[in-house]
Design a protein around this ligand. Sequence first.
Ligand SMILES: CC(C)(COP(=O)(O)OP(=O)(O)OC[C@H]1O[C@@H](n2cnc3c(N)ncnc32)[C@H](O)[C@@H]1OP(=O)(O)O)[C@@H](O)C(=O)NCCC(=O)NCCS
Length: 164
Amino acid sequence: MAIVRPLTAGEWRTWRDMRLRALADAPDAFGATLADESRRTDDTWQQRLSAAAVSGRDCPLVAEVDGAAVGLTWAKASEDGALVSLYQVWVAPESRGRGIAAALLRHATDWSAARGARHIELGVTTGDTPAVRLYRRLGFIETGVQEALRDGSPLVQQIMRLAL
Ligand SMILES: CC(C)(COP(=O)(O)OP(=O)(O)OC[C@H]1O[C@@H](n2cnc3c(N)ncnc32)[C@H](O)[C@@H]1OP(=O)(O)O)[C@@H](O)C(=O)NCCC(=O)NCCS
């Protein structure tokens, strides 16, 4: 069974390693690229996670099985707190199909509801993919808003939203 918990500021190496693995594994799923993210210095990774720990608006989450990190997501609340955006959703290939992403999203949903958010939103590359099926299964609905995944990419992401 997977445990889902917030990443602490000191765990920036875990976050960095997971994030770089995710970008190498699923380049079409994320707006960021492996080339850009792997150029970041250790200081930058450390500072981003330290800033999140004190922002009051960030919830970086890791899923672990037997003490090993196998999944990731990052929830970030808007300034007024009404909307939470979800980023970086990824589960290691060897751990997929066991409800780990669903557990990560449940934790993020509980965190969002507890702080009074009204909606959760995310962008997902269009297609009949495990990611789109996952979000639909958990109640997310396509908003109709579509945009390029990143500048110059033919890939399109759609915005999906869950009402809390
Ligand atoms: C999308 C992704 C996060 C899903 O992770 P996951 O942990 O495998 O997700 P789940 O296990 O909750 O669901 C995946 C499948 O397993 C099935 N499943 C869930 N729990 C299960 C269980 N206990 N037993 C058997 N099957 C199960 C689900 O029904 C689902 O099937 P489907 O794809 O046919 O709909 C993962 O595939 C991934 O990291 N993909 C690449 C990155 C990506 O696309 N990220 C999204 C960015 S927006």
